[in-house]
Ligand binder design. Structure first.
Ligand SMILES: [Zn+2]
Length: 54
């Protein structure tokens, strides 16, 4: 199964359930208006074994 948005292979249980990688899921479902103040903490898409380069 791959991400519906970017086609990247999904490995996390949440990603498989939603059909979206963590980053794409965050784009479609922003956690809230406070994301700007936390933008330095929200990038969690780099999982071991995943090539996160564009
Ligand atoms: Zn994606």
């Amino acid at each position: 199964m791959c991400c519906r948005l970017c086609g990247r292979p999904l490995t996390g249980a949440d990603s498989r359930r939603t059909g979206l990688g963590p980053t794409c899921d965050a784009k479609l479902h922003p956690p809230g208006p406070d994301i700007r103040s936390r933008r330095h903490e929200v990038v969690q898409d780099a999982l071991p074994g995943i090539d996160d380069t564009p």
